[in-house]
Design a protein. Structure first.
Length: 607
């Protein structure tokens, strides 16, 4: 969420940002000319430029405090106080004759040290990331590993010389600045890497400020112990640091600052390795260069200790997360097992209920159908004219209910293994002709042409059950093919099996329904059961019949074009008649449709 900020016109924000950027750029150019331009003006002039840069940073920080509210306002007020103390300290040192090169302690050093307090509080209160209270320990350890490793590298670059040369309060003053800067910079870098969200320009500039401060303070300390041998180039660092802080204040005052979310761990390909890489690099340099004093030895021990503590924390955290994950997986697995057992129990109860009801319904349904047939035939007396349609409607309803009962009983027997399947070699064409012939009346009524195109072949199957499966598939195709359409039944050899297909030119099946159509009582459309007089069991029974005969079945469809149901059957040892593959023999064609109940065209058509 955005940090709270007082409203101002976008034009004012842009104007302030442009003016501030112009002033920062001008001071940077002036500083380079004064400090690096080869002029002989001396450090007094350099410090006067630094005072001017600090004054600009103080004004920008005050403006940022004015434009913000809450913790952000408090932080920038404290930053302004820090810069003010630094400015006063620099002015006091300048007035005290800072050009004598002695670098002796004075009241200016006390003011510099005092500025550390508001800076630290400002950083602690600065709204950089949410979730610090929950994940501050690993973030702190990552920062301390990077900070201690950077300090160990700084010792090799010259900070060790300062520690050996100076003693007492003087050593403390000259060492505390770079140490503090490195620690603050490291913590800010780790916070930036451990958070997610929009990039915070103000936080990046604050981290850069303390990084430049660290370099400048290291140069100041080395210049003091080496009696100006380094020159005054390091003074440019103080100017740049002040200008960076001024830029951060302008960003906080004029740009949107959204609080980033603290992540539980470092992410990305490189960031998680940063603390370890920093520690390995620092320890490697220490091993190569050697540990020459107590301060370096203490830092080596500190790097090893903090890195080890971080690894222990990571290991315990990973073990805890793994334990939580395993416990959650176990709980979820137990829940799924319980749900599965409950579903199986309910499914068994449903099947038992449906089976019992189906068997109980078969006997009274037989009596009802017989009675209705007697009434329709007039054997029980002549029916009045208005009663005849009612009896015919009742007969159709009882017939549909009988089919449903038979399907349920067949399905129950197939699932329980009681459905007798007796595979034997059979010629395929008679099976196809029987199935199509039994549906010729339905094809005529629907105005649909049924075409058979198959190669002569012998298959191993239960002829009656495969005929039943074909009747289900062809009947299903007839229901969903509009008048004038075509249903094609074909068969061809594919290796050691025969592929039988039933294709229609109906509405098709959506891709997500191609597997579900074989489930019990499944209807592609909610009103299919009412409009098509279907039970939703035909395809389920067909799949179990095909699987019981050693084959497999699947569906293919293109919505709006048609559907194709295909299944395989094992070929008999003698294979196809004539021993030829499909495509090398003529195709006998049988057609059922409007006109005669079944027309068989004994002719030859191409493959």
């Amino acid at each position: 969420m955005p940090s709270p900020r007082l409203r101002a016109s976008p034009g004012l924000d842009r104007a302030v940002l442009r003016l501030g950027a112009a002033l920062v750029g001008s001071l940077l150019v002036l500083s380079c000319v004064v400090i690096l331009g080869g002029q002989s003006w001396g450090p007094v002039n350099s410090d006067s430029v630094g005072v001017l840069a600090a004054a600009l940073a103080s004004v920008c920080a005050s403006y940022a405090a004015l434009r913000n509210t809450g913790p952000m306002r408090l932080s920038w007020l404290l930053f302004a106080l820090m810069i003010l103390l630094n400015t006063v300290a620099a002015s006091y040192w300048l007035a005290d004759g800072g050009s004598d090169g002695t670098r002796s302690l004075s009241w200016s050093d006390a003011l510099y040290l005092a500025a550390v307090v508001p800076a630290g509080v400002a950083l602690l209160r600065y709204p950089m990331a949410s979730g610090l209270r929950r994940a501050w320990r690993p973030a702190l350890l990552d920062g301390l590993v990077v900070a201690s490793s950077t300090l160990l590298l700084s010792m090799a670059l010259g900070l060790s010389e300062v520690a050996r040369t100076l003693t007492g309060t003087r050593a403390f003053v000259f060492l505390v600045y770079p140490v503090m800067d490195v620690v603050i910079m490291s913590l800010l870098v780790v916070l930036l890497l451990r958070t997610a969200g929009r990039l915070r320009v103000d936080v990046v500039l604050i981290a850069s400020t303390f990084a430049v401060f660290a370099v400048a303070d290291l140069g100041f300390a080395l210049s003091s112990v080496r009696d100006e041998q380094l020159g005054d180039a390091y003074l440019l660092g103080y100017v740049v640091a002040a200008l960076l802080l001024a830029g951060s204040a302008l960003a906080a005052a004029t740009l949107e600052t959204r609080v980033r979310r603290l992540l539980p761990h470092l992410t990305g390909p490189v960031a998680p390795l940063l603390p370890d890489l920093a520690a390995f690099a620092a320890l490697g340099v220490a091993v190569v260069a050697g540990v020459s004093d107590t301060a370096q030895a203490v830092l080596v021990a500190l790097v090893l200790g903090i890195t080890g503590l971080r690894q222990v924390l990571l290991t315990t955290t990973n073990l805890r997360l793994r334990g939580d994950l395993e416990r959650r997986v176990a709980d979820r697995t137990q829940e799924l097992e319980q749900l599965t057992a409950e579903h199986r129990r309910l499914d068994a109860m449903k099947q038992e209920f449906v089976s019992a009801v189906s068997h109980e319904l078969r006997t009274p349904l037989t009596a009802i159908r017989g009675s209705l047939e007697l009434l329709a035939d007039g054997d029980a007396g002549e029916l009045p004219a208005p009663a005849r349609p009612v009896v015919e409607m009742a007969a159709r309803g009882s017939e549909r209910l009988s089919r449903l009962v038979d399907d349920i009983i067949d399905l129950e027997r197939l699932e329980s293994g009681e459905f007798g399947v007796h595979p034997a070699p059979h010629d395929l064409l008679p099976l196809l002709a029987d199935a199509v012939g039994s549906l010729s009346v339905l094809a005529c009524d629907a105005g649909v042409v049924v075409r058979i195109a198959a190669c002569p072949a012998r298959v191993v199957c239960d002829g009656d059950r495969i005929t039943q499966a074909l009747v289900n598939l062809v009947g299903n195709a007839l229901k969903f093919t509009p008048p004038g359409g075509t249903v094609t039944v074909d068969a061809r050899r594919t290796g050691e099996a025969l592929l039988v297909s039933v294709a229609d030119t109906g509405r098709g099946i959506p891709p997500g329904e191609l597997e579900a159509v074989f489930d019990r009582f499944h209807q592609v459309e909610p009103d299919d059961a009412r409009q098509q007089s279907g039970t939703g069991l035909g395809l389920s029974i067909t799949r179990r019949i095909v699987e019981a005969n050693g084959g497999r079945i699947w569906a293919e469809s293109e919505p709006g074009v048609g559907s194709r149901f295909s299944f395989t059957l094992p070929l008999a040892d003698d294979g196809a008649a004539g021993g030829s593959d499909v495509g090398s023999v003529p195709h006998p064609v049988a057609t059922a449709g409007p006109g005669p109940l079944l027309r068989v065209a004994v002719g030859l058509v191409g493959p």
